[in-house]
Design a protein around this ligand. Sequence first.
Ligand code: SF4
Ligand code: SF4
Length: 341
Amino acid sequence: MKLLAKKDVPELLQAWSQRYEVLSPGTTEQADCIFGAFSRDSFTLSYRKPPMPPKAALLPPSQVIFTIENGRYADAASAGRTLLFGIRACDAMGILQAKSFFQRDGSDSYVSRRSDESVIIVNACSGPQNETCFCTTMHSGPYADRGFDLQLYDMGETFLVEEGSARGAELTGSQFFFAIGDAEAAGRIRTFRQKAQKAIPSVPEVARAMNILKAGPSCDSVWERLGKKCIMCGGCAYVCPTCTCFTVADRVHTAMNGQRIRSWDACLFSGFTREASGHNPRPTQASRLKRRHEHKLLYYNKIDTQAMVCGCVGCGRCSDYCPVHIGTLEVVKSIAEQVGQ
Ligand code: SF4
Ligand code: SF4
């Protein structure tokens, strides 16, 4: 265990920028919180949940994976030495789930190249970031128990630093870190964790909705009602740290020149499941919403979920940003209230 003074963090990140592409919390001129390339000017330690999850560091929203130039193939997917500073425990779990998904049937080299050398530094939450956080219900927070190289616990003027890997331990070897006795550190972390855990309310409707879905009574009226509201913007999938849908497109410039691009997609788009014949097995927005939420809550793959309840980490972003209020929180409450009577 180590201590790190908060006032030293910008200088530390500047030093790490020599070895890594450092992504960190910052504020825009409009005072919005973003998670992006480290800059001393915009860097802040006073941040809440950034709208976009850090999965983009592994799976960019749009990525050229190869090019053909004058008929010659060239692999264009870049390797990453990214350092993610200050992500939240739920997002670290989201990264673990996404990595597990991409490595399940043989490793996806584009994701592996970006993730294998990357460093994850979690900033444990001392309480909810806002009213939609439900990480304790999903067992993904407020602190991480896996999937991090370093974890920071806010102690006021300093961070207590927990090492989660050999790579993390190596990073704490610089002059910015000070030793602290293990027994004292463990006691302070225990107190922090207990307070944080209590501060984040649990959502009993999650377990009730999952049980209803497992038991199999029809929830069609819920999906029909919510399907009429959904405007198919895809926002819930784009802000979700565990959504991994993508599409591949070829951009042909000339007969001998072009690019293959991989981009985020969303199962709520009508074209996502449309087959080449024109047949669409999920022809209505109600059926697509049903599929998305059953995937999160019911048909998740055990290998991918790690120690979690299901394929949702409880970050609450879909509830924060869905323009018509069809986030996971609203969905589980609708199922529990309408079907579980
Ligand atoms: S709360 Fe919504 S955005 Fe967050 S992990 Fe769950 S489904 Fe994804
Ligand atoms: S964010 Fe809301 S409106 Fe947009 S696709 Fe998702 S459920 Fe539909």
